[in-house]
Design a protein around this ligand. Structure first.
Ligand code: CMC
Length: 447
């Protein structure tokens, strides 16, 4: 990997004034000393701050950035986002084009290998994924152990972690062949485990994969097949799900991707690292938001009650779920495409009665100063729940539908981490503001 940000050079502040160059000069007013720090890609290395000291024995300066608001943790070539312009590209391809022309499996290949596959490569890739959709019978027993009302995300996290106990070669993370194998397994088995979790919650028998169907078609088969000898997915729903999978496949350094990189940096196997990522995704501020949006719309109850709800949001009593984004300060480009898919699904399945409430929330929010000032727009999760509900999914399955396609993005980012010579075990610093040294007091002398 050609990285890299240059390492520090300390130069004289006077020289820095004379000619323009890619450096920044920091003057420490405690000492009057100046430091010239290299800039590359509009970035300075945090480690270059360490030389800034008052006394030679000092630890040196560090940067403080809770929640990584302004810190790059890696160099990546997978996904590009321009949050102000509302642009999202996978490996350079605009999301709109992929959503229109690609399939999820082709997009997953692109994310993982950097190029769109040739016809032969795609055939081979699909063959490998399809031949890893079955799960070990012992995993079925494991799933049977969950309570009937277990949340499917909890089941998914645990089962993906459990896969690491089945595939010992997964520990061989520096072996490209072993990594490839785990990639096939993880992408192939996600829909099976997700569907089995759903069937378990209904007390219905598991449906085994049908490898003649497409990736989303087979998923629908494993979820919804009952007594038919052969399940035939509805082509509109199959395509809608495939596009939703494309839209959710990667999103650069979000909370769950940062988790897969953080956990993966300890060199644990990819099952444990991606199980941790699914756990991060489960939270209501991340992939759990689609479920929360639906609960919110149900709670609002009618279009007439939207203004009161918005008042409560503005008073800080609650959030407008499905709105706002750390990176997008403009309409989330995925939300635009999703809104279009919603109408295609509603044309087939009938309009979701909650749609009017959602549209009214959006209408008011896009005009209201509170939201405008904070640049809060609908994100990917605002309309997906309505689509999923119309397709027949229960709310608890919504975050699972986010997790299935995100697996390809997580693995692409994990692979990039593993191959990046600059990466080490993730280990942030802290600013310690706790007690200084104290002497242990026996219990009778406390209080
Ligand atoms: N409703 C009401 N106010 C909000 C919302 C919201 N959904 N989101 C942000 N704000 C306000 C927030 O209170 C703050 O106001 P103030 O400046 O007065 O304190 C301001 O907007 C900035 O918010 P922030 O919390 O600093 O923004 P963040 O970048 O830390 O958080 C977020 C991003 C997505 C966690 C947040 O917008 C949020 O909680 N949204 C609702 C949950 C949601 O929809 N999550 C899905 C995100 S997209 C899918 C994914 O990739 O995870």
């Amino acid at each position: 990997m050609d990285s890299a940000l240059p390492t520090t050079q300390t130069r004289n502040a006077e020289a820095a004034k004379t000619e323009p160059r890619d450096t920044v000069t920091i003057t420490d007013n405690r000492t009057g000393k100046s430091y010239e720090i290299p800039i590359k890609h509009d970035t300075i290395r945090a480690m270059d701050l360490r030389q800034i000291k008052v006394a030679p024995t000092d630890f040196g300066m560090i940067s403080y950035d809770p929640a990584y608001n302004n810190t790059a943790s890696c160099i990546s070539r997978v996904t590009f986002i321009d949050g102000d312009a509302g642009i999202l590209r996978y490996r350079g391809y605009p999301i709109e084009e992929l959503a229109e022309k690609s399939t999820y499996l082709e997009t997953a290949y692109l994310l993982l290998y950097g190029e769109l596959p040739t016809a032969t490569q795609l055939k081979e890739w699909q063959y490998h994924i399809v031949h890893h959709t079955f799960i070990h019978e012992s995993i079925k027993k494991f799933l049977d152990g969950f309570h009937y009302d277990a949340h499917p995300m909890g089941m998914l996290i645990s089962t993906i972690a459990a896969l690491s106990t089945f595939y010992h070669d997964a520990k061989d993370i520096f072996n490209p062949e072993a990594r490839k194998k785990q990639t096939y397994r993880l992408i192939g088995k996600m829909p099976t485990i997700a569907a089995f979790s759903y069937r378990h919650s209904l007390g219905m028998p598991f449906v085994y994969p049908d490898n003649d169907l497409s990736y989303p078609g087979n998923f629908l088969n494993m979820l919804f097949r009952t007594s038919e000898t052969r399940y035939r997915p509805n082509p509109t729903l199959e395509r809608a799900l495939d596009v939703l999978f494309i839209l959710h496949a990667d999103h650069e350094q979000n909370c769950s991707t940062n988790t897969v990189r953080g956990v993966g940096s300890s060199h644990v196997d990819p099952y444990c690292a991606t199980a941790a990522a699914i756990a991060a995704l489960y939270g209501p501020l991340h992939g759990g938001a689609n479920e929360e949006v639906l609960r919110m719309l149900v709670e609002i109850g009618s279009v007439g009650k939207v203004p009161d709800f918005i008042k409560r949001v503005k008073a800080g009593e609650t959030k407008l779920m499905g709105f706002g984004h750390r990176v997008y300060k403009n309409y989330d480009p995925r939300a635009r495409i999703i809104k279009k898919i919603a109408y295609e699904v509603f044309d087939l399945m009938g309009k979701n009665p909650l749609l009017e409430i959602a549209l009214e929330c959006e209408r008011i929010a896009l005009e209201d100063e509170y939201f405008v000032k904070r640049k809060l727009y609908p994100n990917v999760d605002f309309y997906t729940g309505l689509i999923y509900q119309s397709m027949g999914f229960p709310m608890t399955m919504f975050p699972v539908l986010f997790a299935i396609p995100r697996m390809s993005g997580w693995i692409a980012q994990w692979e990039e981490l593993i191959l990046d010579p600059e990466q080490k075990i993730a280990r942030p610093r802290q600013i310690y503001l706790g007690q200084a040294t104290r002497t242990y007091a026996p219990i009778e002398r406390r209080g």
